[in-house]
Design a protein around this ligand. Structure first.
Ligand code: AMP
Ligand code: MG
Length: 340
């Protein structure tokens, strides 16, 4: 299959190009497109054959449900059995934006989209290209991250093509995504309300609007870090780069490890500070510096991992950001990415 490319200026997207991509969606084809979080792999959410094609192209297990992207609250309501007050209040505050609601699924929603379950995940993206695509296609668009299952999400169309060229019908090339990590997911069908995935919108921002506390069980640190596990069985391999990622709880632990590396051992350090300063490191390190600000860090973490995994190295090492709410989303991704 040849993958069509539409190159679009994200500040002033060309209508005719996005209309062409929307025609693809209407015909049941797969189109990758930028959202404000990461690139999505889109298909008509109401067409179960098209939804199946997403699972095939990604190699995604059928028990992992997809998020549906909508243009407005009216479209969201058309997909659910019930639109609770909590959804209305949160949508008014955070939509369009990186927040996904899990709600009771309506009758017209295909069951494969929801992995056979009774709930559907919905959000309204803030990216102009994504909004125009839904508007022109006139259907809700199912879109998981545009990457092969289990691999690092894509924040640039080049990386989408590296993973999915020839497996999808088209990609809208609309530059780098702004958030750089996936949306916050909350389950509005449970009591108390639960956060299923931390993301760009924090738990305290949500609690402020809902005026109630939200339950959240942070991902546990893998045993390779030697810290005690909080509970077993919660670890999931996900977001994994093609080279092994080794994470440490502290800078000292990482430096201790690095000092002992043999000559000729090639590795990348992904760091929030210049760890070379006054340090003697073993092996042959490639240093990548990231910002110490959670928003900036999130924006570029996948981008860096996509580049680093192609370097001539044996592994990637890094110190996890601290266990604080503002870092929960990236800690979640990095712990899963380093799990083995
Ligand atoms: P991604 O494929 O990276 O876009 O992630 C989609 C994620 O949304 C899934 O992995 C789940 O975490 C979440 N999700 C989607 N639908 C549901 C649902 N019905 N119930 C719970 N979580 C969901
Ligand atoms: Mg994903």
């Amino acid at each position: 299959m040849e993958t069509k490319r539409w190159s679009v200026d994200d500040s002033k997207p060309a209508k005719e190009l996005i209309m062409e991509a929307a025609e693809y969606i209407k015909k049941g084809k797969l189109v990758a497109f930028p959202t404000e979080t990461v690139y999505g792999l889109g298909a008509n959410a109401l067409d179960s054959a098209a939804v199946d094609r997403i699972f095939e192209a990604k190699g995604r297990p059928k028990n992992n449900p997809l998020i549906v992207h909508v243009r407005d609250i009216k479209m969201a309501k058309s997909l659910v059995e019930e639109w609770p007050e909590s959804a209305q209040n949160l949508a008014e505050e955070f939509w369009p934006g990186p927040l996904t609601f899990v709600l009771k699924k309506g009758k017209k929603v295909p069951s494969n989209l929801c992995a056979g379950g009774e709930t559907v995940a919905i959000r309204m993206p803030a990216n102009k290209i994504a909004q125009m695509l839904i508007e022109f296609a006139k259907v809700p668009i199912a879109a998981p991250s545009a990457n092969r299952s289990g691999k690092t999400s894509t924040t640039d169309s080049i990386h989408v093509l590296e993973q999915l060229n020839g497996k999808i019908d088209g990609v809208i090339e609309g530059g780098l995504t702004k958030c750089g990590i996936e949306s916050t997911v909350i389950d509005l069908t449970s009591r108390p309300i639960r956060q299923l995935r931390p993301g760009p919108i924090s738990l305290s921002q949500l609690e402020l609007v809902l005026d109630e506390s939200i339950e959240y069980q942070p991902v546990v640190i893998p045993s390779s870090i030697k810290s005690p596990m909080k509970s077993p069985g919660m670890l999931e391999r996900h977001y994994q780069p093609d080279k092994p990622l080794r994470v440490f709880s502290t800078r000292e632990e990482m430096l201790e490890y690095l000092k002992k590396l043999p000559d000729g051992y090639r590795y990348a350090i992904l760091s929030r500070e210049d760890v070379f300063k006054n340090q003697r490191l073993g092996g042959e390190p490639h240093l990548h510096i990231l910002s110490d600000d959670p928003k900036q860090f999130s924006m570029l973490i996948y981008y860096h991992l996509q580049i680093i995994e192609k370097e001539d190295i044996q592994e990637i090492v890094m110190v996890l950001p601290p266990d604080q709410q503002k870092w929960h989303a990236v800690r979640d991704r990095l712990i899963r990415a380093s799990s083995n």
